[in-house]
Design a binder for this molecule. Structure first.
Ligand code: KIV
Length: 277
């Protein structure tokens, strides 16, 4: 699984073999430039979802339920999950949380909408967690295992495990029968997910330990734009091969050559009322 936010990228990720594209609320950070995912709205997820759906020919497309679009009540959760399916054209939704959102999941699933869960570091709770920190250490491990079990029982078809110790991820994976999808959760999950801009080396503000860069596309973009700017300034771009054939028939015929502009003005020709001294 990999995140996607627009048509062109979705088409490339789909062609690259990603089997699930997630329109994550991470778009608040990597697309919109916010420091957290909290400002993202249902409408924004839907806007990006429609674009991604047009580029995804094979991959399953999941829409993230943004902060405060489901936490208020199970009824609110069903309504907004429905909006994501209708307006965002998604095939399933994802939401963050463990036991505390199990009832919300159950109600969405009962409405016929597949749900992916998400436990461990849940970025929508960044302020409650005191930052983007590894979760499930020590006694907190039980909360993560119980959360995953509750999500499975409520009907989730898969569960994201974010930023938890690898042995805990292995335990969770063994405790549930649905697939786990890890990000910063070690190699023993059933699948893995990365933010596409991290994977491609395009988002350079944060460098989480787990975000392996499989390419340095950011450097390539900067290099390409520098070359473009240089060639435009040197007038070597566009060259003949980038220009259309001249259409001589419609070339403007000038009746008389344009007189060259005078380079030097004779002070004697300056009208007296222009002269200041
Ligand atoms: O919003 C997102 O991109 C996510 C993934 C990191 C799992 O939730």
């Amino acid at each position: 699984m990999v995140t996607a936010y627009d048509f062109t990228m979705a088409r490339l990720l789909d062609e690259g073999g990603a089997d699930i594209l997630l329109v994550g609320d991470s778009l608040g950070m990597v697309v919109q430039g916010h420091p957290t995912t909290l400002p993202v709205t249902v409408e924004e997820i839907c806007y990006h979802g429609r674009a991604v759906m047009r580029g995804a020919h094979r991959a399953h497309v999941v829409g993230d339920m943004p902060f405060m679009s489901f936490q208020v009540s199970p009824t609110q959760a069903v309504e907004n999950a429905g909006k994501l399916m209708k307006d965002g054209c998604f095939e399933s939704v994802k939401l963050e949380g463990g036991e505390e959102v199990a009832e919300h999941v159950r109600r969405i699933v009962n409405a016929g909408i597949p749900v992916m869960g998400h436990v461990g570091l849940t970025p929508q709770s960044v302020h409650a967690m005191g930052g983007f920190k590894v979760q499930g250490k020590g006694d907190d491990a039980e909360r993560i295992v119980n959360g995953a079990r509750a999500l499975e029982e409520a009907g989730c078809y898969a569960i994201v495990l974010e930023a938890i110790p690898p042995d805990l991820a292995e335990e969770v994976t063994a405790s549930v029968s649905v697939p786990t999808i890890g990000i910063g959760a070690g190699p023993r999950c059933d699948g893995q997910v990365l933010v596409c801009y991290d994977l491609l080396g395009m988002y350079r503000d944060l460098k989480p330990k787990f975000a392996k860069r499989f390419a340095e596309v950011g450097d390539q973009i900067v290099g390409a734009v520098r070359s473009y700017v240089g060639e435009v300034q040197a007038r070597s771009f566009p060259a003949t091969e980038h220009s259309f054939k001249p259409n001589n028939a419609t070339t403007v015929q000038r009746s008389a050559p344009i007189a060259p502009l005078p380079v030097v003005i004779d002070p004697a020709e300056i009208p007296p009322h222009w002269q200041t001294h």
